[in-house]
Design a binder for this molecule. Structure first.
Ligand code: 5RP
Length: 236
């Protein structure tokens, strides 16, 4: 049986959108899974199942998708507390700790997640792993001026470090919505102690943020070929 990954992503995104209630401020995640939640929220607004929703997008791309879906947008200046955020992930461990940022939006995603009362992660089952760092590299967002010292620092921590390149213009570095670069860090044995690594990385001047999302997700909606799995960290 061939599994249509896009179908699984759609299933997870649309299921997560069912947790959105009228009157909520909703954090809108970035990526090919989160977009299904954004579209489903838009659909529910259009057909009257939801009203008075305000969205806070985690990237310029998501802002465009939300506008296309007819979701009114707001900002953290006007709504510093978000009721619920729905976002994708690149890895999900059994404690619902995550690696995020392969889509390049980790900085705004983490700001939004940290401002949220609850965060639902949406994914297909391929990204559920026992140990962080075994499937995806850990993205680290860095101010361009600090590229070399941060590269050397991350290497000294045991990471194999790669400068992320622009998807269309390979000779250029990828630039985030904030104009920063991303250094992707592969840890050959995976990440043994994510909390200590998170503190160690953020201590280096020039590092803006990293893709370890620890104790932020409250629930995960995982689409498997056999149906949906809901993983909980705390009651939602
Ligand atoms: C973007 C992210 C995405 O949520 C993550 O990369 C998952 O994306 P997708 O659903 O397309 O696999 O962290 O910065």
């Amino acid at each position: 049986m061939t599994v249509d990954i896009a179908e699984l992503k759609k299933l997870a995104g649309e299921r997560a959108a069912e947790w959105v209630e009228s009157g909520m401020v909703v954090g809108l995640g970035t990526g090919s899974t989160a977009v299904y939640a954004t579209r489903a929220i838009g659909q529910r607004l259009q057909d009257g199942r939801l009203h008075h929703i305000l969205g806070i997008p985690t990237s310029e791309q998501t802002a465009r998708q939300a506008q296309e879906a007819g979701i009114p947008l707001t900002t953290l200046d006007d709504h510093p507390i978000i009721d619920l955020t729905i976002d994708g992930a690149d890895e999900i461990d059994p404690h619902l700790n995550l690696i995020k940022g392969l889509g390049g939006a980790l900085l705004r995603e983490k700001i939004v997640a940290a401002a949220s009362r609850r965060m639902i992660v949406v994914s297909d089952a391929r990204k559920v792993i026992a140990k962080l760092g075994t499937l995806a590299p850990l993205p680290v967002e860095v101010i361009p001026f600090a590229r070399r010292p941060v590269y050397d620092y991350l290497t000294s921590l045991g990471a194999q470090v790669t400068l992320r390149r622009d998807r269309e213009l390979e000779q250029r570095p990828f630039l985030t919505d904030e104009g920063n670069i991303i250094l992707d860090c592969t840890f050959p044995q995976g990440i043994d102690d994510p909390a200590t690594l998170a503190q160690t990385i953020i201590a280096q001047p020039g590092v803006v943020e990293h893709g370890l999302f620890l104790n932020l997700a409250t629930l995960a909606v995982i689409a498997t070929p056999d149906g949906l799995q809901i993983l909980k960290r705390s009651e939602i």
